[in-house]
Design a protein around this ligand. Structure first.
Ligand code: MSS
Length: 363
């Protein structure tokens, strides 16, 4: 990678030139590499692991992978091979870390200083969770949450609540959730959760549990730290608590991906990507003067649904001098990116358009 750090072994197959290696567990897609890409190539997709990835052995015999399904009328373990016989669906959705954009907050935040690249648009194929539920007699009474547990081994002596990746989302999310075995047309790579991943379109990355070993309908949210106190939005200086909003559904957002540096005088293509969170986009506007005036950009390529992103472009005439290029997306429901966002302790969910603007000088 260009910042000097080599790709870790488990992601050695990725494109080093397109990635920023923050650490062994955190790799970000370069802003320029996102370009106007409709689907993020797997080689460019960011990585965020809360725990080290399991060994490659778990993808040696994919169809033999077992998931325990609980909180249904007829709970049991089921193999990936059998899941493939229950139903299949393909969905395009943005995979985005809760902390994407953390670097744009003014206050000091701990955690990876992601710019825009802890996000990608991914095509997943798998079985709808509702088909799994139907095959097992329906959700048991009194269950309000859909809980997924990651397949990492928890070292002996470590209380699992403290580190295990287990996330609960409101039960209603099962209508759009899938258990995916394919990513961008290939078996899900280990680094992205193979052999089987819980994908919840419209929900922040953390809820998309990798190497899924348990899918449970539960009365309560997971007791684990990652659910109870982490990934909670709270004022700066406050500790995480279950009463605070959890990082569930994503918000409307867009960012420019080019040009990022000095441009030539004259007509240029200003391009970027925009997402509605959970709603279809109505429009993206682009400003070349730091938000004083706006022009509607053109979407590029097909609309892949409310959970996917859309590349956009505006052809603009840039004169000599410096230009602050900004983009602002609006959904059909009228959700628009704000100019500024309230700071929050962990630096989650930044979608303010001003901080995402890029300064370009035309020579
Ligand atoms: N899962 C598991 N199992 N583990 C871990 O660590 N992480 C999270 C998710 N899931 C994990 C899981 C996060 S946090 C994120 S973002 C995501 O994932 C990422 O993805 P990729 O594939 O990209 O790596 Mo933040 O909100």
């Amino acid at each position: 990678a260009q910042d000097g750090k080599a790709l870790p072994d488990y992601v050695a197959w990725k494109d080093a030139d397109d990635l920023i290696v923050h650490s062994k567990q955190t790799l970000e897609t370069r802003r320029g590499a996102i370009g106007s890409g409709l689907v993020t190539p797997s080689e460019d997709l960011y990585i965020r692991n809360n725990l080290p990835a399991p060994s490659e052995e778990i993808v040696a015999d994919r169809d033999a992978w077992e998931v325990n399904v609980e909180g249904v009328a007829e709970p049991r373990a089921i193999t990936l091979g059998e899941l493939k016989t229950l139903g299949v669906e393909t969905v395009a959705c943005v995979l985005q870390c809760s902390g994407n954009g953390r670097a744009f907050f003014d206050h000091e935040t701990s955690g990876t200083q992601w710019s825009v690249g802890a996000a990608g648009n991914v095509v997943w194929t798998g079985v709808p969770v509702r088909d799994v539920v139907a095959a097992m007699g329906g959700v048991a009474d009194g269950m309000d949450w859909l809980t997924g547990t990651g397949g990492e081994e928890i070292p002996e002596g470590v209380p699992k609540e403290t580190i295990q990746v287990e996330r609960s989302v409101p039960k209603a999310a099962m209508e759009r959730a899938i258990l995916a075995w394919e990513m961008n047309g290939q078996p899900v790579p280990l680094a992205h959760g193979g052999p089987l991943r819980l994908v919840i379109p419209g929900y922040y990355g953390v809820n998309n549990v990798k190497y899924l070993k348990r899918l449970a309908f539960t009365e309560k949210e997971s007791p684990n730290k990652i659910q109870q106190t982490s990934y909670r939005v709270r004022p700066v200086g406050e500790k995480g608590a279950p009463s605070q909003p959890s990082m569930f559904e994503m918000n409307v957002k867009s960012w420019i991906t080019g040009p990022l540096e000095d441009a030539e005088t004259g007509k240029v293509q200003i391009h970027g990507v925009a997402m509605g969170g959970t709603e279809t986009l109505e429009k993206v506007e682009v400003s070349t003067d730091g938000g004083q005036s706006w022009n509607e950009a053109q979407f590029l390529g097909p609309d892949m649904g409310p959970y996917a992103w859309r590349p956009f472009v505006l052809i603009a005439d840039l004169g000599q001098g410096s230009h602050l290029l900004a983009s602002r997306a609006t959904t059909v429901g009228g959700q628009a990116q704000p100019e500024e966002v309230e700071p929050n302790e962990r630096g989650y969910g930044h979608n303010g358009w001003r901080a995402h603007a890029v300064d370009v000088t035309v020579l």
